[in-house]
Design a protein around this ligand. Structure first.
Ligand code: BT5
Length: 274
């Protein structure tokens, strides 16, 4: 009997047959094992790989999150992929554009999951994908040469698809989830990757055309941080408690602190407090 699509290894031909993108994934590298898809994509970028090149791997031996944290990437279960962006706005608009890329990627993942798995995913600012309070996936964007004519951005996406609860390491078991855990059925990773790439491509085009306002509106609808009591963990171990009020035009998170002062956070870890 044929193996159901959900359990098939990722395969470049099937992915490309399923793609409905213009550029994203048209140059595609499907690997069994890699240290990190982001690192691999960065090396390809140095070799001149085109805009929209995608690297996807069954497993990563050194998958990473932000600030060098480890990303659990067991073989054959989930999605680990990186997309190389070369198309970007004029230099002076690049910083604003760049600050929206991780948020845009999170939106694209949320929409793709809704379309393919019929599950409601929220975004914890800036780019954690949650179902309920559990982490389904994350985004790691790495840029180089911003402000020059040779700028590149690598959008790295990790998404838990078919991993079972008992396959997570103990420290993640209570805080992470997967599509299969939530829907109690396996999900076809090829269909999910194809959906994700088309959702991301559309939003990247919109961002490039300067439509930050549309992305902001969509983000506010999907963001579960707004209206919550939050603790912000800043660099150097500093902390700040308050209520998340809104997302600002540059993608930062506006917090009203307990002393009623307002702060806009551009980078940091957010904890949703009860
Ligand atoms: C992220 O970092 O959430 C971004 C993760 C991006 C991973 C992708 S995979 C493809 C590409 N190539 C790479 O090398 N990376 C990208 P952060 O917000 O720092 O969250 C990291 C934290 O999430 C860890 O410290 C763990 O607590 C938790 N974690 C690790 N693996 C997880 C998993 N598979 N599912 C849910 N949570 C996980």
């Amino acid at each position: 009997m044929a193996t159901p699509a959900a359990f098939q290894p990722l395969n470049a031909q099937s992915i490309q047959r399923t793609l409905s993108t213009k550029t994203f994934g048209r140059t595609l590298h499907v690997l069994d094992e890699v240290a990190s898809t982001n690192t691999h994509a960065a090396a390809l970028a140095l070799d001149g790989a085109p805009h929209g090149t995608v690297v996807v791997a069954e497993t990563q031996t050194a998958g990473r999150g932000r600030l060098g944290r480890h990303w659990h990437s067991p073989s054959g279960k989930n999605l680990h992929c990186s997309i190389l962006l070369r198309a970007m706005p004029a230099r002076e608009q690049q910083p604003l554009w760049l600050s929206w890329i991780p948020l845009t990627a999170a939106l694209a993942i949320g929409r793709a999951v809704q379309v393919v798995a019929n599950l409601k995913v929220s975004v914890k600012w800036p780019n954690d994908l949650l179902i309920g309070d559990r982490k389904l996936g994350g985004v790691l964007c790495e840029s180089s040469g911003v402000g020059t004519a040779h700028a590149t951005v690598i959008v790295g996406i990790g998404l838990n698809v078919n991993i079972r609860r008992d396959e997570f390491p103990e420290e993640l078991r209570e805080i992470a989830t997967s599509l299969a855990i939530e829907s109690q059925r396996p999900c076809d990773r090829t269909a999910l990757l194809a959906a994700l790439l088309v959702e991301l491509e559309t939003r990247c085009e919109s961002l490039l055309a300067g439509h930050h306002g549309d992305i902001l509106k969509e983000y506010m609808l999907r963001c579960s941080t707004i209206g919550r009591r939050v603790r912000i963990e800043l660099a150097h171990g500093e902390q700040m408690d308050g209520t998340a009020k809104s997302i600002e035009v540059d993608g930062s998170l506006r917090i009203i602190r307990d002393d009623r002062t307002t702060v806009d956070i551009r980078a940091g870890d957010v904890i949703h407090l009860r």
